[in-house]
Ligand binder design. Structure first.
Ligand code: FNR
Length: 396
């Protein structure tokens, strides 16, 4: 080094400290790192299951109990995580209109989707690899969902355990999710097995989720646990394109029809245009989702696009929504803007990662009771009485 700056004149140890200090200041200011800080740092212990009041508490306990990589995998979103944050912001920009002095009596939340009776319009979204959070993986999730008023669970194509094993773990209804493969034979075998094991509907995910995330890369490069598991520090897929998922076309739905005997939904719909194609293709359901902010960053939140999709579908198919749902009031907002039911992705994972099956059950029950309370406060005693007048939206 020839040039001398003020910094270079400092003794080596002082320079090192200064760099570490600025790095620490940067990390402390980063929203990603802040989101991962121990939320119980001011508490003397991690709360017990009965002490948690809402879904966010379960996230914090999962964070406290799980290894960093297992917590991070569900937590992260694509790239800058704008869409991940937007999903939450959108719910915060919708107001519920209170309706006073309405005799609500008992609140009726029961519904029926494709012939499956449900106590609440709430399902478990398909999420991969529950085995990372609990040794019994999806089987524990299924038991927890079943214990929470028979909640329907959608089993991921990338589940840690085969669909048939998950199906055997409990009695509540299961749907199955598929990422189309290049070989129709592979899809056929998977779907035939799942239908034989009792899958009552098929969700085909078409949002071409990105395969690599910055936070995951950060973990791979810097996290000791990931290194111990032998996860390579760099992705071999330098363009981050999910190569196995970029080839398919709308005609895929026609190709699988002959061997799918249950209703089919397309998951990942975010525009009226795509929703119309679903109807033209004869699909039974439109699943509005941005993969929980894990697919296209800077794509819209699902709540923002829901009304135009509802209008485009015009009652010709069922509409599900997920991405960002954390509370009963969120569920009510989505129902008011036209969804037939909502799905929960990370919420049951936080339940699983904190207290296993009991955590899944408890966190689902919390959202169910929050929904009942929100319906009571807004004077909507039945799902049929939940209409657009209930939700005021003015998205910035
Ligand atoms: C997912 N998601 C997902 N979707 C899918 O169709 N198949 C899958 O295997 C997975 N796997 C998966 C893993 C993890 C850890 C997450 C967080 C998400 C997307 C999921 O179905 C759903 O769309 C989002 O999770 C919904 O957003 P919230 O509720 O998590 O905000």
């Amino acid at each position: 080094m020839t040039g001398h700056t003020g910094c270079n004149k400092l003794p080596r140890e002082l320079k090192r400290r200064r760099y570490l200090k600025s790095l620490a200041a940067f990390l402390a200011g980063s929203p990603l790192i802040r989101a991962q800080q121990d939320p119980f740092r001011d508490h003397s212990r991690v709360p017990a299951i009965g002490e948690l009041a809402d879904a966010f508490g379960f996230e914090a306990v999962a964070y406290a109990k799980q290894p960093r990589a297992a917590y991070d995998y569900p937590a992260y979103g694509a790239e800058t995580e704008f869409t991940l944050r937007r999903n939450r912001e959108a719910f915060e920009w919708v107001e519920l209109v209170p309706n006073r002095i309405v005799q609500t009596g008992t609140i009726q939340t029961a519904t029926e989707l494709f012939g499956t009776k449900m106590a609440f319009p709430i399902l478990v979204s398909p999420t991969a690899g529950h085995g990372q959070l609990h040794p019994e993986g999806e089987m524990a999730t299924h038991r927890g969902a079943a214990a929470a008023s028979n909640t329907t669970m959608i089993v991921s194509n990338n589940s840690s355990f085969p669909f048939e094993k998950v199906a055997a773990a409990a009695e509540s209804p299961l749907w199955v999710q598929l990422y189309p493969k290049q070989s129709l034979d592979v899809d056929r075998e998977y779907l035939e097995k799942a239908q034989a094991a009792g899958a009552r509907a098929l969700v085909v995910t078409i949002d071409q989720q990105a395969s690599v995330y910055e936070r995951a890369l950060h973990d791979r490069n810097l996290n000791a646990t990931s290194r111990r598991f032998g996860i390579p520090p760099r992705s071999a897929n330098s363009y981050r394109l999910p190569e196995s998922r970029l080839w398919y076309e709308w005609k895929f739905f026609d190709q699988i029809r002959p061997f799918v005997k249950v209703p089919i939904l397309a998951k990942g719909i975010l525009t009226a245009e795509d929703a119309k194609i679903c109807i033209e293709r004869g699909l039974d359901g439109v699943y509005v989702s941005n993969h929980g902010g894990r697919s296209l960053d800077y794509g819209p939140s699902t709540l923002e696009v829901l009304p135009e999709i509802v209008d485009a579908v015009g009652g010709k198919a069922l509409i599900l929504l997920d991405s960002g749902v954390r509370r009963g009031t969120d569920i009510l907002k989505a129902l008011a803007l036209g969804a037939n039911a909502v799905c929960l992705g990370r919420v049951p994972l936080w339940g699983l990662g904190s207290f296993g099956a009991a955590g899944v059950q408890r966190v689902l029950e919390i959202l169910q009771s929050e929904l009942v309370q929100a319906m009571q406060f807004t004077g909507r005693p039945t799902l049929a009485s939940v209409d657009r007048k209930l939700a005021l939206s003015d998205f910035p």
